[in-house]
Design a protein around this ligand. Structure first.
Ligand SMILES: C[S@@+](CC[C@H](N)C(=O)[O-])C[C@H]1O[C@@H](n2cnc3c(N)ncnc32)[C@H](O)[C@@H]1O
Length: 309
């Protein structure tokens, strides 16, 4: 096992060297999110695409989640930039780092999870979910991805003791090991010299400056008092957090960053961004976070920017 891991790391280093030498020739197409994530923006990508600034320097995504926008920029749009990717969820961020630096070993472990899961999905899911967290980051990431691909709606929810407690999802043949996507992402993360860290969004944006592009996709502001399940971290993201974020939006605007924000269409969000009302765009989207099918469609979301697109 250890010998394989060393070989894998060596292989990754060699790939890095090749990337540096031939970076201008590297094709980074065909990357998409490697986790299913609550509030993931894959569905909104065509709308977001229309809002991408024509030119920017560095890219900041401090509510990274599944990273649909980052993968779109680097893959479908084939854009090249230095990326600053962060999220408050430490397990998620560890997974990005492992995909970046240890993809070969990760794929081997995921293949093993796939084989075991396929033998007896129900038994394997709960055995994996309820076992003690593995020690190494690679083992932890393989478990994290395997659970993400097989749990209910790709939710990430932990109890007070930090133990993942989402029930099994209803999938026929979930793809736990999507090797080619993981290899492509690994390349993309290394090529974009992505700085990946666990961080609160405020700290992550301290260095954003003129001509940088900042995409803000915070946990949704709930559209009704019953729709208040944010499901992202222990603390959720309340009205006061939305207010603090809106203040930071203004500050980033003053620093002449290009800022784009997505959120639900609620009176509070419209009020907080009323200074940018001419740059608010309404889009229709169906959300899958709610288990009631009737509440999955017909939602409006807002895309708010501080620049003409
Ligand atoms: C709507 S999701 C982002 C979805 C992402 N755009 C995608 O396409 O998958 C919001 C993310 O914000 C993160 N988050 C919540 N509070 C945060 C905070 N204070 N600072 C940074 N990230 C936070 C959550 O962990 C979650 O991944």
């Amino acid at each position: 096992m250890h010998r394989n891991r060393n070989l894998g790391s060596q292989h990754t280093k060699n790939l890095d060297k090749q990337l540096q030498d031939y970076s201008h020739l590297v094709d980074l197409r065909d990357c998409y999110p490697f986790v299913k994530w609550a509030g993931g923006k894959s569905q909104l990508v065509p709308e977001l695409d229309l809002m991408i600034p024509s030119k920017f320097n560095r890219y900041f995504e401090p509510f990274l989640g599944g990273g649909a926008m980052f993968f779109h920029l680097i893959s479908d749009r084939n854009m090249r930039f230095t990326a600053y990717l962060s999220d408050i969820n430490a397990e998620l961020i560890t997974a990005y780092k492992v995909v970046k630096n240890n993809v070969i070993e990760l794929i081997e472990l995921l293949k093993r999870h796939q084989r075991e899961y396929n033998k007896n999905p129900l038994e394997y899911y709960y055995k994996l979910r309820d076992e003690i967290k593995p020690v190494t980051e690679i083992d932890r990431t393989a478990r994290f991805i395997a659970l993400n691909k097989t749990c209910f709606n790709g939710l990430y929810r932990v109890n007070r003791n930090g133990i993942f407690n989402v029930p099994m999802g209803r999938y026929k043949n979930p793809l736990i090991c999507d090797a080619s996507n993981l290899e492509n992402i690994s390349k993309a993360l290394r090529y974009s010299k992505a700085a990946i860290k666990v961080s609160d969004y405020k700290n992550a944006l301290v260095e954003a400056e003129e001509d940088d592009f900042v995409y803000l996709d915070p946990p949704y502001h709930p559209t009704s008092s019953t729709a208040n399940f944010t499901g992202y971290s222990d603390n959720g993201f309340g009205d006061n957090d939305q207010l603090q974020l809106a203040k930071l939006f203004v500050e980033l605007n003053n620093r002449k960053c290009n800022v784009l924000l997505s959120n639900s269409d609620t009176p509070l969000i419209r009020k907080l961004y009323s200074d940018f009302s001419s740059r608010i765009k309404e889009v229709n989207v169906s959300r899958v976070i709610n288990c009631k099918a009737s509440r999955r469609s017909g939602h409006k979301e807002l895309l708010i920017s501080n620049y003409a697109s």
